[in-house]
Design a protein around this ligand. Structure first.
Ligand code: A2P
Length: 277
C-alpha cells in the first residue's frame, strides 16, 4: 500500500497530504466509493453539509471497518449556517449525519461577505473546538484579506485554507499568504478539470516522460508544493491511480513547464463576489 505523506498543522498534529473529495458522491454509491477508498488506503475524506452526503460518508466509514481514529474527516459549515447559533446547530447536525462524535477538521465553506457573519462563525468554531466536538478548525475559499479579518478579531489564524488550486490555477499570492501565517493550503479541484488541465499538451508530455498520467503529475505537483490535495473520483481504477502520486519524481525542467500552465488569479472563483449556500 502506498504511504501517503503528511503535513503538519499549526494547531498540532498532522493530516494526510492526499485525500478523497466527495462533492457529488451521494447515497449508496457514494458510501461504496468512500468505503472502497478507505480500503485502498485513503485516510482523509472531505465532505461538507452543502454536499448533501454526510450520511453516505458516515455509512462508508462504518462499512469500511477502518477505525474512526485512523481517518481524518473534514466537513464544512454551509453558508446558511453562518452566525453564532446557526453554526452550533450546523456542526451538531453534521456530526449527527456523519454518525461520529467529533470531526477532525471543520471549515467555514465560503466567506459569503454579503452576510458579514464569517467572523462570528469563526469565533463560534473556536468555542466548539475548545469543547472537543471538532479537533481542528479552518476555512475554505478565503482570500488573504478575509483571513486577516478573522485573525484581527480573534488572534487565531485558521489551521487550513482549502482553495481552488491546481497547476492551472497556481494562486501564488494566496498560497504565499497562507504559508506566511502557518496556514496549510488544501487544494480543491486539484486536477484542474474545470480548466481542461488534463488535456494540456505540456502536462501530457511530462506524464509520458514519467510513464504516468497527467492526473498523477498534477497531484504530485501539489504534494511537492506542500499542499493537501483532495481529488474526487467515482471510478475504482482512478481512485487507486490517484493514490500513486508519490511514485514519480518531477525535475526542475518539468516544474518550469508546469508553471506555464497557470491561467492567473482572475481565472479562479472570486470569494468577494462568489457566494455559496
Ligand atoms: P471520475 O469520477 O469519472 O473519475 P474534482 O475536480 O472535483 O476533484 O473532480 C475531479 C474530476 O476528475 C472528476 O470528474 C473525476 O471523474 C475526474 N478524475 C478523477 N481522477 C482522475 C484521473 N486520475 N484521471 C482523469 N480524471 C480523473
Amino acid at each position: 500500500m502506498t504511504t501517503i505523506p503528511t503535513v503538519s498543522l499549526s494547531s498540532g498534529g498532522t493530516m494526510p497530504a492526499l485525500g478523497l473529495g466527495t462533492s457529488g458522491l451521494q447515497g449508496p454509491e457514494g458510501a461504496a466509493i468512500v468505503s472502497q477508498a478507505l480500503a485502498d488506503g485513503y485516510r482523509l475524506i472531505d465532505t461538507a453539509a452543502q454536499y448533501n452526503n454526510e450520511t453516505a460518508v458516515g455509512a462508508g466509514l462504518r462499512d469500511s471497518g477502518v477505525a474512526r481514529d485512523e481517518v481524518v474527516i473534514t466537513s464544512k459549515v454551509a453558508g446558511g449556517s453562518q452566525g453564532r447559533e446557526a453554526t452550533r446547530t450546523g456542526v451538531n447536525e453534521s456530526l449527527r449525519r456523519l454518525g461520529v462524535d467529533y470531526v477532525d477538521l471543520m471549515l467555514i465553506h465560503w466567506p459569503n461577505p454579503s452576510r458579514g457573519l464569517a467572523t462570528e462563525t469563526w469565533k463560534t468554531l473556536l468555542d466548539i473546538q475548545s469543547e472537543g466536538l471538532v479537533r481542528t478548525v479552518g476555512v475554505s475559499n478565503f482570500r488573504p484579506e478575509q483571513l486577516a479579518g478573522l485573525h484581527q478579531a480573534t488572534g487565531v489564524w485558521p489551521a487550513v485554507n482549502q482553495i481552488q488550486l491546481s497547476p492551472a490555477l497556481a494562486r501564488r499570492d494566496a498560497v504565499a499568504f497562507n504559508a506566511e501565517h502557518g496556514i496549510v493550503t488544501e487544494a480543491w479541484g486539484p486536477l484542474g478539470t474545470r480548466e481542461g488541465l488534463l488535456d494540456q499538451f505540456v502536462l501530457r508530455k511530462i506524464a509520458a516522460k514519467h510513464c504516468t498520467t497527467p492526473a498523477t503529475v498534477a497531484l504530485h505537483w501539489g504534494i511537492l508544493q506542500g499542499y493537501v490535495v483532495i481529488p474526487k473520483s467515482k471510478n475504482a481504477d482512478r481512485l487507486r491511480q490517484n493514490l500513486s502520486v508519490t511514485d514519480i519524481e518531477l525535475d526542475s525542467e518539468d516544474l518550469s513547464a508546469i508553471a506555464t500552465l497557470d491561467l492567473g488569479e482572475d481565472a479562479a472563483w472570486d470569494a468577494r463576489t462568489h457566494e455559496e449556500w
